[in-house]
Design a protein around this ligand. Structure first.
Ligand code: PBG
Length: 296
């Protein structure tokens, strides 16, 4: 059998994810190599997401490498993928879902047990995600938001250095990297209340559409129920024409519930909606219609 070349960003999280899939493939008898590829998102570290134009900062160069066949497989954090796939590429498998929750990490001196999320009044809270900003404004309009960029270890170091009282991060990223958080208070935000990004906690395994041999192999790593649920989450994102800058959270924990948080302007806070359905058929259009009415 041929050797499979995985293309990955060089960040700790991306490499963890690439190695994770590499060992899954090795377990089913494949030979695998990892090749590191730099993306725009790795190079431009100083700008906030809202100031970076276009979409797909973390994925474009890797997708180009797939198309020119210098790699065979890209392992992406599914939530970083554009909802309209580039011509010629497909997601051949999605992983099991890691805990999709966001985490609030608080410096111990900024903890106040009487406040929502244990965070003291007017705390300086770091995130560059409009989705996280809008939901923090909903629950805690008193706090001050300050932009925070960099990969996961860098962001945690900035908290340690005292630039922030607290920061927000995806739990999946932190747990994959096994980072020692004992010096902070760690608040697990309930994903049905503080809604994650579409597909947060899921890996998307992307290949060339024409690579049917690899598609066949990757079928063994696919998780159909996760695929079905993130299709709802990402379907809403797609129909609202949003990238990662849109203040939108969508979480579909099972085949009967969808939780949504949405805002047109994060500073005004987010609205929250819960949907309970017999099955997921048609739910995307219903949600999008509700949100569009909200926008007018
Ligand atoms: N935006 C970057 C990014 N892309 C995926 C993850 C975490 C892992 C995941 O959601 O699968 C992160 C870090 C974060 O949001 O804190």
């Amino acid at each position: 059998m041929r050797k499979i070349i995985i293309g990955s960003r060089g960040s700790d999280l991306a490499l963890w994810q690439a190695h994770h899939v590499k060992s899954q493939l090795e377990n089913i008898g494949c030979e695998v190599e990892i090749k590191i590829i730099k993306t725009q998102g790795d190079i431009i570290q100083h700008l906030s997401f809202d100031k970076m134009e276009g979409k797909g900062f973390f994925t474009k160069e890797i997708e180009a490498a797939l198309l020119e066949k210098s790699i065979d497989l890209a392992v992406h954090s599914h939530k970083d993928l554009e909802t309209n796939p580039p011509e010629g590429l497909v997601i051949a498998a999605v992983s099991e879902r890691e805990d999709p929750a966001d985490l609030l990490l608080i410096r111990k001196e900024a903890v106040d047990a009487n406040e929502t999320f244990l965070l003291k009044q007017e705390a300086i809270t770091g995130t560059s995600s409009a989705r996280r900003k809008s939901q923090m404004m909903r629950f805690r309009p008193d706090i001050e938001i300050k932009d925070l960029r960099g990969n996961v270890p860098t962001r945690i170091q900035k908290l340690r250095d005292g630039n922030y009282d607290a920061i927000l991060l995806a739990k999946a990223g932190v747990s994959r990297l096994n980072i020692d958080l004992s010096e902070f208070a760690v608040v697990d935000l309930n994903p049905r209340e503080f809604i994650p990004a579409p597909a947060q906690g899921v890996l998307g395994l992307q290949i060339r559409e024409t690579d049917t041999d690899l598609a066949e192999i990757l079928r063994q790593l696919d998780t159909p129920e996760v695929r079905r649920r993130i299709a709802v989450e990402r379907g809403v994102l797609n129909k609202l024409d949003g990238g990662c800058q849109l203040p939108l959270g969508v979480y579909c924990p099972d085949d009967h519930h969808v939780f949504v948080s949405f805002s047109t302007n994060w500073e005004e806070g987010a609205i929250w909606e819960e949907y309970e359905v017999d099955d997921l058929e048609g739910i995307v259009d219903i949600i999008v219609q509700d949100l569009q009415e909200e926008q007018d």
